[in-house]
Design a protein. Structure first.
Length: 670
């Protein structure tokens, strides 16, 4: 029978597995080195993180020799500490993960100049992938103009501070100048060239007449049995456990560039190992009233793979679990400490751990943290938080993670000791205690299923008009319900919006129908919005200014066929999303000064829609066009069943040419 209330205190310390044994730590004498500390605990901490983040481990990428060395290092530390094995006389928990080896990958970048000369650039020195494509070869001219009319056939060269906006949709590829390479792990199947280039390559492109560039990249992926490393301190009551964790994997290397990952997450792994040693010593005299699991997770950088597999496995082994995870602490240029999962869902655990942190002089900042291994437990309704720091990826950061600057010199060793003190003290003070979730909240913040069920039960029989809203309070959270969409003629729409200007004809097409807004919605009320108590629970008129109108759907007909136009203001979606590429072939065309994407349904073999982006008065509008005729075909679009004819490229171009979208949107004044 599945045991539900596992509250796992998983210290997910991002374990950076170092190559141990061959590094003479005592000989190191640089900033923040071991020789600077007389305290044996600080010496031990610095020795561990120095090894884990050394070049020998080559960034601890899952599936590589450096990752295996990190695993071996952690196992030997567990043995030295005296931790019990996890299961079957082994410290390993295995799971399946897809990986690649950078040395087996293929990369080339050839620049051809107008004078007939050519130059090959070096991967890992002059450039690296920012977006890793499984198999991609592109030859195209370049442009430095983001407004180039022929940008769909060119690779745009930009600075990393340039707003990429809809370049993802418009350009054939991107070369982004950067001072410091940024490492990542994910390999994409979609074909979008995006390279990071150093200043020397940027200047060569800028200062010479370039005919074209050819970029080739290929990643060979394979499934492996990856390993988490798990040690145990057995307690008196093995029906409950706390999981103290950190991920040790990082993003590896590109050519001669190594991403050492000292902060991410050599720091968390080091703290986890230090806590493990201290708790084991304590257990020899006092003992614990619950099991303590010390976990080095693998595959975090790929999408929390190791912790997901472990959380799903361990949930049935205990009645109660909770998790404390440590990921990215001690960064010198950031003194703040935050909790990942710092929301009502983990409220009980957050309050207890924050109290201990405060006792050690550490204030917990109310700032966003990001994703880490605690989420693998939260998703299973197990309480878990990560201890970390904010703004880790900021370009303004001196020691930005996922860059070559994240070395041992970026780590404050004394701060690692402080975090270790907090976790150790917390476990001692809460010996045998477990922490439950608050199911009024969801695992990623906001209301939970229990609260939403109450909301839907209370509102299911309420029917609001288009211009109405209702604010209600459930479990101390305010929810706003707005009226559904309105559908009618232009005259009826003008009753709500007298200043809106929608053309009644477009070529031979006449306006048939207008739909404003979407279906009725329920959302939480922003903390900054004020709703007097006397208005809560009472239906009110909502603001129907044109500024608040985000979506308009228009139907035009000519007797033989109809055209549907959906206009969305503040357009942010990218149609290059994986879902789109899995279900559609996309062809780009240029018409009337706009770049369109034609979507060919792989299932039905026809164009189902065209879409484009229109910029007007500092607003961005996404416009989707669908043509419906006598010959009909059912096609699944978004969440609805819509009907489209068997469109060809030429038929769609003729239809698009009949609609001046720039003028239409400009005149609508929304």
């Amino acid at each position: 029978m599945r045991k539900r209330s596992l509250i796992t205190l998983i210290l997910v310390l991002t374990l950076v597995l170092p190559v141990y044994g061959s590094i003479d730590v005592g000989a190191i004498d640089e900033k923040g080195t071991i020789s600077n500390y007389q305290d044996e605990e600080l010496k031990s901490i610095e020795e561990t993180i120095t090894i884990l983040s050394s070049d020998e481990f080559k960034g601890r990428l899952t599936g590589t020799e450096g990752n295996k060395k990190a695993i071996e290092f952690i196992v030997n530390k567990f043995k030295e500490i005296g931790l019990e094995t996890f299961e079957n006389n082994s410290y390993f928990h295995e799971y399946t993960q897809k990986v690649y080896n950078p040395d087996e990958s293929e990369h080339s970048l050839l620049v051809e100049f107008e004078d007939g000369t050519k130059k090959e650039y070096i991967y890992g020195r002059d450039y690296i992938d920012r977006l890793r494509n499984q198999n991609l070869e592109i030859t195209a001219p370049i442009t430095f103009d983001v407004k180039d009319k022929d940008i769909s056939n060119k690779i745009v060269v930009i600075d990393e501070n340039t707003d990429k906006g809809d370049l993802w949709d418009r350009a054939k590829g991107m070369l982004v100048k950067t001072d410091t390479f940024f490492g990542s792990t994910r390999v994409w199947e979609k074909e979008m060239l995006m390279l990071q280039i150093k200043e020397n390559l940027y200047n060569d492109l800028k200062n010479n007449d370039v005919k074209q560039i050819t970029s080739k990249t290929k990643y060979i992926q394979r499934d492996i049995k990856a390993k988490n490393v798990i040690g145990k301190i057995k307690g008196k009551d093995s029906s409950k456990a706390v999981v103290i964790s950190a991920h040790f994997d990082h993003v590896g290397w590109d050519g001669e560039t190594i991403f050492n990952g000292a902060v991410d997450n050599g720091s968390g792994t080091t703290v986890m190992l230090n806590v493990a040693k201290r708790l084991k010593e304590y257990s020899k005299s006092e003992g614990f009233n619950m099991d303590i699991l010390l976990c080095g997770f693998n595959g975090e950088e790929w999408g929390l793979y190791g912790s997901k597999a472990f959380a799903e496995y361990i949930i049935d082994k205990y009645d109660n679990i909770y998790n404390i995870n440590i990921d990215c602490v001690g960064k010198k240029d950031n003194k703040e400490t935050v909790f990942g999962g710092n929301n009502g869902f983990n409220g009980e655990l957050v309050e207890a751990l924050e109290k201990v942190a405060n006792e050690h002089g550490v204030e917990i900042a109310d700032k966003n943290y990001g994703s880490s291994d605690h989420q693998s437990f939260n998703s299973l309704n197990i309480s878990g938080i990560s201890i970390g720091q904010p703004n880790l990826l900021s370009r303004d950061s001196k020691y930005r993670i996922h860059t070559p600057k994240d070395t041992v010199e970026s780590v404050d060793i004394k701060k690692l000791k402080k975090i270790s003190d907090i976790v150790y003290d917390f476990i001692i003070k809460n010996n045998g205690k477990t922490f439950k979730i608050n199911d009024n909240y969801g695992p990623y913040g906001g209301p939970g299923d229990k609260t939403w069920n109450k909301v839907h039960k209370k509102t299911r029989d309420i029917n609001l008009k288009f211009d109405e809203e209702l604010v209600i309070e459930i479990d101390e959270v305010l929810f706003k319900m707005t009226g559904g969409s309105f559908s009618g003629s232009i005259e009826e729409v003008n009753e709500y919006y007298p200043d809106i200007n929608i053309p009644k004809t477009m070529g031979e097409y006449e306006l048939d129908n207008i739909t404003l807004g979407g279906s009725y919605s329920i959302s939480t009320v922003n903390k900054n919005e004020e709703y007097p108590k006397e208005k809560i629970g009472k239906i009110q008129k909502r603001d129907l200014s044109l500024d608040n109108l985000d979506t308009i759907a228009l139907k035009y007909s000519n007797g033989d066929e109809s055209v549907y136009l959906e206009v969305e203001k503040n357009y942010t979606r990218s149609m290059d999303a994986e879902y789109m590429l899995e279900n559609y072939n996309i062809e780009e065309i240029s018409l009337n000064g706009l770049e369109y994407k034609l979507l060919y349904s792989k299932e039905h073999g026809t164009i189902t829609q065209a879409y484009t982006v229109v910029d007007n008065n500092s607003n961005r509008y996404g416009v989707t066009l669908m043509r419906v005729g006598k010959e009909k075909l059912e096609s699944i679009m978004t969440d609805e069943i819509r009907i489209v004819p068997k469109n060809t490229k030429e038929e769609m171009k003729k239809t698009i040419n009949k609609f001046d979208l720039k003028e239409m949107i400009s005149n609508m004044s929304i």
